[in-house]
Design a protein around this ligand. Structure first.
Ligand code: 13P
Length: 264
């Protein structure tokens, strides 16, 4: 953590929680955050169909002045504006539900749905056209790490995925380093492995966009983050928050990660 960058803790619910479970989670979570102030940003990324419910609950809570401001993220978006793209969701549709962030390039989208760096780049540009803030995910597989390709894999994902994005776009982008072997496995990168990767990612951003942008961009760690390891990971100088899957499905553990990870 670096005091010049506000840490960002984001729950990626993946394909979990429809509208009624979203309601249960938010009510419980808000009862924990009530009256507290955090020096970090909190984001929830539910499935698309739960976005209206989440927007509604957070809006009601905010007007009741009992909620820490929580931002809404989508888990994906289309690279196209509108038209014959069955099953897809456009950036403008997301804007209607007060979505501010969009997760792009998640390893599950890359591996299961065949999203290439070029597709992810097109989505990044489309997201920025609608003024959405991308949470741009990158990370290596175990085989890539073990064969010494960590840096080349990350470098390619960064240069191809961010191609043609401007300095202004980068000011609104968050990067999430998620080693594929640590996602949903219970195996967390050691804080040294995570810090080394984050420092490398920041150095590539410095090469592409200059030291200023690199010093400002937030880089989250993702992969089996839990209440018990959040503090150690967040103590690393180049780690600026977390993107959390499994442990963000329970209000208590998401809350504890935020508390433990944002303590100064
Ligand atoms: P887990 O926290 O379940 O390992 O998932 C991480 C992740 O993929 C968040 O995007």
């Amino acid at each position: 953590m670096n005091i010049n960058r506000k840490p960002i803790f984001a729950a990626n619910w993946k394909m979990n929680k429809g509208a009624s479970e979203t309601e249960d989670f938010v009510k419980s979570f808000l009862s924990k955050t009530q009256g507290q102030s955090f020096s970090c940003e909190i984001v929830i990324a539910p499935p698309f169909v739960s976005l209206p419910k989440l927007a509604d609950l957070l809006h009601t809570a905010a007007t009741g002045k009992n909620a820490h401001a929580i931002q809404i993220a989508a888990q994906n978006c289309s690279q196209f504006d509108s038209g014959a793209y069955t099953g897809e969701i456009s950036v403008l549709m997301l804007r209607e539900f007060f979505v501010h962030y969009v997760i792009l390039g998640h390893s599950e989208r890359r591996a299961i749905y065949g999203e290439t760096d070029a597709i992810i780049n097109a989505k990044m540009k489309k997201a920025r056209e609608a003024n959405l803030k991308p949470i741009f995910c990158i990370g290596e597989t175990l085989a890539e790490r073990e064969s010494g390709k960590l840096e080349s894999v990350l470098r390619t994902q960064i240069t191809e995925g961010l191609k043609d994005l401007t300095d202004k776009d980068m000011a609104e982008t968050v990067i999430a380093y998620e080693p594929v072997w640590a996602i949903g496995t219970g195996v967390t990168a050691t804080s040294q492995q995570a810090q080394d990767a984050h420092a490398f990612v920041r150095s590539v951003i410095a090469e592409l966009y200059g030291a200023d942008t690199a010093g400002r961009i937030r880089i989250q760690y993702g992969g089996s983050v839990k209440p018990g390891n959040a503090a150690e990971l967040m103590a690393c100088p180049d780690i600026d928050g977390a993107l959390i899957g499994g442990a963000a499905l329970e209000p208590q553990s998401f809350f504890e990660i935020i508390v433990n990870g944002s303590a100064e």
